[in-house]
Design a protein around this ligand. Sequence first.
Ligand code: SF4
Length: 457
Amino acid sequence: MPKFFIKTYGCQMNERDSEQVAHSLLERGYERAERETEADVVLLNTCSVRDMAEQKALGKMGMLGQIAKRRPETVFGFLGCMAQARGDSLFAAVPHLDLVVGTQKFHRVADYVGEALEKKRARRMDDPRFSICDTEEESGSAETIRDHELKERQATAFVSIMQGCNMHCTFCIVPRTRGGERSRSIDEIVREVRELVAAGVKEVTLLGQIVNLFGRHEFPLVDGKSPFVQLLEAVHAIDGLKRLRFTSPHPIGFRDDLLRALGDLPKLAEHVHLPLQSGSDRILKAMHRRYTADKYRSLVQRIRESRKEIAITTDVIVGFPGEDEDDYRRTRDFVEEIQFDNAFVFRYSTRQETAAASMPQLDERLKEERNQDLLKVVDASAQRINSRLVGHDLEVLCEGPSRTNKSRLMGRTRTNKIVVFAGEAQRASELVDIHIEEATGFSLYGTPVMPPSSVFA
Ligand code: SF4
């Protein structure tokens, strides 16, 4: 059977979409290749959030031209956000490209791959329909990301609960690449999580571009609770599920019912990723974020009151068009004041066809200076918060061997901190108490706490 290789750029939603594509190919009998050089089908699932991500995928596909020369029957495809945004113009940029499949068509990829392989093998290269480009919208496509390819003893899984975004932040290309908000039904999501838990998964993360606004166009409030909180309650009730996470919420959708849920649903893990983007009200307005720094501050306070020891992480963009010294200073001071557990700091990257692309742009060097400066502030607070955990015993869900040191295991605390520790590979998917001995801004290191019975065993 033909072998396929998928490389994924970008966010967790892209990882999830790639898993769905892999599932549909495996279901048809294709095999997974370890490297692109061994594959009959090479797919790059792309990201458009920053220019660098697009350039990386284009550069990678360009390099794959070497394989195309040696093995012209190999099928090459771009999937996802860049495919959606650039469409069939990609065929001119990459001559050996066969497929361009957009974000609402992942469930069609296996058909298109089959068609392309058949035509290439039959050498019908002159067929004018040979290049396949499908970037149309398709209603119901959000429901098609629902199958998983679980590894042995897989502890955690992502579940895509909605697609798209209607918020139109002026820097963001997502509403263009992912379309308008479309949510899956609560019953379908619950069915998917039940199956994951039955297969041994202990922790589920619900995914959406603005996850806490799930279902607002499709489903009514019930007893004053938003569809998202109704979904959290339904998933929380599944026996065997140990931890529940969601990412990423928008601050404007973080209302009282969700704050109450943080206090009432113990399986909800103590971590919220709450994108800030800027600490300057002037820039937040220009970004069309629809909250002020003050509102964000009071939301953080209420989240911290709702759940003891909760970790809060964020995203910040520096160098947005028009950001002056005073705006940047406000962001820096705000990040320092909140003391985030961690933050992704991004240099603003111009995205064509977004409102911010036509605003006066800042010098790249200035953006880089602010980026480096803010990273130092973030690292210092992450280091400070993590070092307070040294000497404590923390519950860790073991995910398997550490990526950087295969002889060690890694897992995450309920607050989503990575912990590296010694142990046997079969502990994957176990909840283990770890005594923390060392901390950096990125990870914690420790030793399993022996249960009393094993001390005397
Ligand atoms: S909320 Fe804003 S930043 Fe997030 S996906 Fe939607 S438009 Fe983009």
